[in-house]
Design a protein around this ligand. Structure first.
Ligand code: ATP
Length: 315
């Protein structure tokens, strides 16, 4: 066993999030085009220095640092803790480990921060414990932990089908530049899906798999990604959850407008929100747009980041 292992893991933005009808199990089928972007959490796993009543190592113990640390659960509600337990159970070993998350991804921001930490904890514990889980099995464990977790492990760009967990890697022809405007307070992903169903029902279309068309990826969007063409991608960005996120947080309209007024090529809510994502022409436009958004008073802060970037990796 080594001293400690740190894994760096990226946030994601959904460049397309097509949401199908509510399935009988309550989930929605998705066509989810993910792009990993350069905002990262770091997850460190170190040998346990604690024991439970029976002399075992007493399960994972978690600490979190960073500006949003107060909003992150430290118990089994934390996806990183669940990831460590799941890996230990799969290998029939003691789950004792110290985990530390240096959190930079906005919490409950629609950028898959919890999923990133789960993927990071899996890889960090697998390396620390020497359990050498084959990559396809790691991906399967990720899918057990949550729909977005496999993508956090894989990174790059990918199409997620099913609940988003069935991944198909996508080719990208270059780097895309973004600005992410974070909001005060998060939005609950289940609340946003419920609101999406409610809005669809109110519009008279129904909200079940029978009444909503199957979600399909946009071929023009996949082509823009493949060609690295930001202007073409700007015309194709789409998020079926955006009306629900905006209904729950109407102030997001002002944030989206401020980014467009600052010259962004396109604006959309990231996943279930409330973070807003702005596609910009280049790194310089990113710096300028972020400054303008911070000055607009319509967000907590705004940060440039580009993608695709690599998935979870030991540093
Ligand atoms: P997604 O984009 O996958 O829907 P999100 O980015 O909107 O997720 P998260 O940051 O993953 O949201 O947090 C959602 C909730 O999950 C939080 O409010 C928190 O209670 C819980 N949670 C569990 N584990 C973590 C974690 N490691 N970091 C942050 N939140 C976590």
């Amino acid at each position: 066993m080594t001293g400690s292992v740190t894994v760096r893991v990226p946030a994601k933005v959904n460049v397309q999030l097509a949401v199908g009808g509510r399935r009988p199990d309550g989930f929605h089928d998705l066509a989810n085009v993910f792009l990993a972007v350069g905002l990262h959490d770091k997850v460190t796993a170190s040998p346990a220095d604690h024991q439970d009543d029976r002399g075992g190592a007493g399960g994972p113990r978690l600490t979190v640092s960073g500006p949003d640390a107060d909003h992150v659960p430290l118990d089994d509600g934390n996806l990183a803790v669940r990831a460590a337990r799941l890996l230990a159970e799969r290998h029939g070993r003691d789950p004792g480990v110290r985990l530390h998350i240096a959190k930079d991804i906005p919490v409950a921001g629609g950028m898959a921060g919890g999923s990133a930490d789960a993927a990071g904890a899996l890889l960090a514990c697998d390396t620390l414990w020497g359990t050498r889980t084959p990559y396809p099995e790691l991906l399967a464990l990720c899918a057990e932990l949550g729909s977005d977790v496999p993508f956090s492990l894989a990174g790059g760009a990918a199409l997620g089908r099913g609940r988003g967990e069935l991944l198909e890697p996508l080719e990208t022809g270059g780097t895309f530049h973004w600005v992410f405007a974070t909001a005060d307070g998060g939005l609950s992903t289940p609340d946003v899906y419920r609101t999406c169903d409610r809005l669809r029902e109110a519009a008279g279309g129904g909200a079940t798999v029978e009444s909503v068309p199957d979600p399909e990826p946009s071929l023009a969007l996949l082509d823009a990604l493949r060609r690295g063409d930001a202007a073409a991608l700007a015309g194709e960005l789409a998020n079926d959850l955006q009306p629900a996120a905006v209904a729950l947080r109407p102030a997001l309209n002002a944030t989206l407008e401020a980014g467009l007024a600052a010259g962004a090529l396109a604006a959309l809510v990231s996943g279930s929100g409330p973070t807003c994502a702005f596609l910009v022409k280049d790194a310089e436009a990113g710096t300028r747009t972020a400054q303008a958004l911070r000055a607009s008073g319509t967000c907590r802060t705004a940060r440039p980041a580009s993608g695709p970037v690599r998935g979870a990796e030991v540093v």
